[in-house]
Design a protein around this ligand. Structure first.
Ligand code: CAA
Length: 293
């Protein structure tokens, strides 16, 4: 089966990145969100990120415009999916919202369409089960920033057909990503390792083992990570990390995944990282300033 038309649900951090790389690979893309201002913000980010490549002489402005021109912004869900070959969902990580959306998509999308979720933790099998096509349902987990990161984790739910895996592998490679195939388990492969690592770094800060900037420097230089774990926590979003940690405790029934009290306190304070201007660093000035705990 050849994929030509892709619909991306959600124009946020992940959704606009996915729409961007799909359009850059030549697919005809619809990007759907629930309000025009979210679509506008998504398009702005795509243009800004394409602008980086134009500035560096890696792409002409004309090419960038052609890529943006392949993306249509849509508000109505039925309109968005009615002629899609592949629907990639990147809406908030709220189970009920995902299940309700998938029921609606399943009704409106063509029978041949493949349904893929970019969830970072929610069960693919649970989402597939609310549709009439669980064998055409799959996890397609991208990483932030989508245009830069080289991986797509492909997650097989209980009923996902091998032919669906093959199609998604081909699409992922066409958008320039390497793939790994993972059997469903909470957090798949990457977050299974990332969440405990970030939790441990936050616990160490909570215990006064090191300052925020020293912990980041230690891991950055000591392990050659591109970002230290607290910078990365701010980058991913502290609310997202807390959500995943809580989900792990529920799913694994194992307290070893529990979120540090400091993380919960920061989320309650509305310090969610870069997106709110404050997390382990304060981003209001020219340079990020580490907080003291
Ligand atoms: N969009 C497009 N391009 C971007 C970009 C963006 N948002 N941010 C950076 N870039 C590009 C730059 O233009 C630059 O391109 P060239 O190499 O062609 O010049 C390149 O990426 C490197 O950027 P910079 O030089 O500005 O900065 P850097 O070297 O510090 O890299 C980074 C920035 C790529 C974000 C790097 O710090 C990094 O890889 N950090 C780790 C990111 C990570 O771990 N992401 C996964 C998060 S977990 C997740 O997403 C899953 C989940 O479920 C929670």
């Amino acid at each position: 089966m050849e994929i030509k038309k892709i619909t991306v649900l959600g124009a946020g951090q992940m959704g606009n990145g996915i729409a961007h790389v799909c359009a850059q690979a030549g697919y005809e893309v619809k990007m759907r969100d629930i309000e025009q201002r979210f679509l506008d913000r998504g398009f702005e980010t795509i243009k800004k990120n394409l602008g980086r490549a134009v500035k560096k002489g890696k792409m002409s402005q004309e090419e960038a415009d052609t890529i943006v021109g392949r993306i249509t912004g849509v508000l109505d869900l039925k309109d968005a999916v009615k002629d899609a070959d592949l629907v990639i969902e990147a809406i908030p990580e709220v189970v009920k919202l995902k299940l309700d959306t998938w029921k609606e998509v399943d009704e409106a999308a063509p029978d041949h369409a493949i349904l893929a979720s970019n969830t970072s933790s929610i069960s693919i099998t649970q989402m597939a089960a609310v549709t009439k096509r669980p064998e055409q349902f799959i996890g397609m987990h991208f990483f932030n920033p989508v245009p830069v990161m080289g991986l797509v984790e492909i997650i097989k739910g209980a009923a996902t057909a091998d032919s669906t895996v093959d199609v998604i592998k081909t699409v992922s490679e066409k958008v320039g990503k390497k793939t790994v195939i993972v059997n469903e388990a909470p957090g798949f492969a990457v977050n299974r390792v990332l969440i405990p690592a970030i939790n441990e770094a936050i616990l160490a800060i909570q215990e006064g083992v090191a300052t925020v900037e020293d912990m980041d420097l230690a891991i950055k230089l000591g392990l050659n990570w591109p970002m230290g774990p607290l910078t990365l926590a701010d980058f991913v979003g502290l609310d997202t990390l807390l959500y995943i940690a809580d989900y792990f405790v529920d799913e694994f029934k194992d307290s070893k995944y529990r979120a540090p009290a400091l993380l919960r306190k920061m989320v309650r304070a509305g310090w969610l990282g870069r997106k709110t201007g404050k997390g382990f660093y304060d981003y209001s000035g020219e340079k990020p300033v580490p907080l003291r705990f």
